[in-house]
Design a protein around this ligand. Structure first.
Ligand code: UT7
Length: 319
């Protein structure tokens, strides 16, 4: 049996930090409200001259360095992103050019905040079938550019960042199972409804969100998919060493952990400092947990995410 194992992680956050106190000056909100309702204190914002590929490249170089793998040794690149730098080529192709890799398969996945979980699942299948040996899987978004900074319902939530992992074929586990879902019936609950036509953008280019509906759906869907992942591996919650959740709202994370009966000490949290970085949120949190020494080789780790679509998913793995 071939498994895919994570052999390197990386994360990158732009330098500029936006605090709740700064947001208080631009929209009718308060640090107290934001912290109580979301757990977010700060978020990072990309500079005007930074693009999604910059964030992806920084994170990827760190992951490749940890993995001790040269970019030329990568034969699959997948980038989960909702803020690609061009309509085409894909951000994965742009990243490939930056890294100096020629010939690897490269494409983007658009599943909004579930983008990295989707991308990692796909890369896992390519490795398990023996099609590729090493994959670079990235989640990167400059989500701040899809946010109306005068809309207090959304602007307080999001930040920018990039996270990456290098996956390698191995006889040792590895990714144990992946579980992906979507339901397009919820297409209007969380959306950026614009489209490009005849050289123009048509429709609203900002995020429209029914926050409460997203919240309720997220708690239900995540609890269910996490159960599905445990059941598929005949494991119970006690087997989980670390939960690495999508960092959208501390209350969603706490509710999911509670449903799992998982103590919060076993949850990697970055939401307070990063906010919701969309596809970057899970790999950034994973990288934090790995680099600060909490997530160790052999640990059982559960990744989960939910995003626009709706899309959602979970991955159970041995680190
Ligand atoms: O990856 C998926 C991306 N999205 C999410 O995960 C979002 C999920 N949803 C949430 O995180 C929460 O629903 C929010 C944080 C967006 C909102 O929290 P909530 O507890 O669901 O609040 P609410 O929407 O029920 O709004 C309560 C009140 C409203 O005022 P009224 O109508 O009761 O007078 C809002 O207008 O809070 C008001 N409000 C704010 N007040 C101060 C909404 N945003 C703000 C704000 N500051 N920034």
């Amino acid at each position: 049996m071939i498994y895919s194992r994570i052999i390197g992680t990386g994360g990158y956050l732009p330098k500029k930090i936006l605090t709740n106190a700064e947001l208080e000056k631009t929209v009718n909100t308060s640090d107290k409200w934001i912290v109580e309702r979301t757990g977010i204190h700060t978020r990072h914002l990309a500079a005007a001259d930074q693009d999604t590929c910059d964030l992806a490249e920084n994170a990827s170089r760190q992951a490749l360095e940890m993995a001790k793998v040269k970019c030329s040794e990568i034969d699959l690149i997948i980038v989960g992103t909702t803020t690609p730098d061009r309509v085409f080529p894909s951000t994965a192709c742009l990243l490939q050019a930056r890294l100096g890799n020629h010939g690897a398969m490269a494409f983007d996945i658009q599943a909004v905040c579930s983008g990295f979980v989707y991308a990692l699942s796909i890369a896992d299948k390519f490795i398990k079938t023996g099609t590729v040996k090493r994959a670079l899987v990235v989640g990167a978004d400059i989500y701040s550019r899809l946010v109306n900074w005068s809309d207090r319902n959304t602007c307080i939530l999001f930040g920018d960042g990039g996270g990456a992992v290098v996956l390698e074929a191995s006889a040792e586990p590895g990714i144990l199972s992946t579980h992906l879902h979507a339901d397009g019936a919820y297409k209007d609950v969380l959306t950026v409804p614009s489209k490009i036509e005849q050289g123009r953008l048509h429709g609203d280019t900002f995020t429209k969100m029914q926050g409460n509906e997203v919240f309720k759906f997220a708690v239900k869907a995540l609890s269910k998919v996490v159960d599905e992942a445990l059941e598929a591996n005949q494991m119970d919650t006690t087997a989980i060493d670390w939960l690495v959740p999508h960092q959208a709202n501390i209350r969603i994370i706490t509710a999911t952990a509670k449903r799992l009966k998982l103590p919060m000490e076993k949850v990697i949290l970055t939401v307070a400092e990063h906010g919701n970085t969309s596809a970057a949120s899970v790999p950034l949190a994973l990288d934090v947990g790995v680099r600060d020494g909490r997530i160790k080789r052999g640990d059982t780790v559960l990744l989960e995410a939910v995003g626009g679509g709706f899309t959602w998913g979970a991955i159970l793995l041995k680190y």
